[in-house]
Design a protein around this ligand. Structure first.
Ligand SMILES: [Zn+2]
Length: 162
């Protein structure tokens, strides 16, 4: 499983809209495996294909399975079909490693997607998992978390060096 290079802001590829994918098309399952390995190497909880320069509608999310999370989610062509509530929380991104920001998102979302095997699924997510799903689906539209910061002075932070 080769690790993929993460594209960093301000590379313009991150602002482009990704195309829908066909689940069993050639190269898709390898891409999914490589995306997951790349996400894990960097300690991320989510990654979207455009972050490795591939403009395809594929996201991987894994916030674990405690606190009501679904564990590993590998979603193709994900779409938000329902959202409710508001929640403000701190976000970061593998493509913008130096910054974090407070972003307002929906508290609950329902997502329709295809599995890598081509099965229709609906995911009902809340809390942190819902936030990560919204963040990754934004990547497929070319939207970055910093695009959603309403007050740069108050809500954008340089990440503390560790
Ligand atoms: Zn991101």
């Amino acid at each position: 499983m080769p690790l993929l290079k993460i594209i960093k802001y301000p590379d313009p590829v991150l602002q482009r809209v990704s195309r829908e994918v066909t689940p069993l098309a050639s190269g898709i399952s390898t891409l999914i495996e490589d995306l997951e390995a790349t996400m894990r190497l960097h300690g991320g909880v989510g990654i979207a294909a455009p972050q490795v320069g591939v403009l395809k509608r594929i996201i991987i999310v894994d916030v674990g399975s405690d606190k009501g999370g679904h564990g590993l989610l590998r979603l193709l062509n994900p779409k938000i079909i329902y959202s409710s509530g508001k929640r403000k929380g701190r976000e970061g991104c593998l493509s913008i490693p130096e910054y974090r920001a407070n972003i307002t998102r929906s508290r609950k979302v329902h997502i329709e997607a295809l599995t890598p095997a081509g099965k229709d699924i609906t995911i009902e997510a809340k809390g942190f998992e819902a936030v990560v799903l919204q963040h990754e689906i934004d990547h497929l539209e070319g939207i970055l978390f910093i695009d959603r910061v309403t007050d740069m002075k108050r809500d954008l932070f340089r990440r503390e060096p560790v």
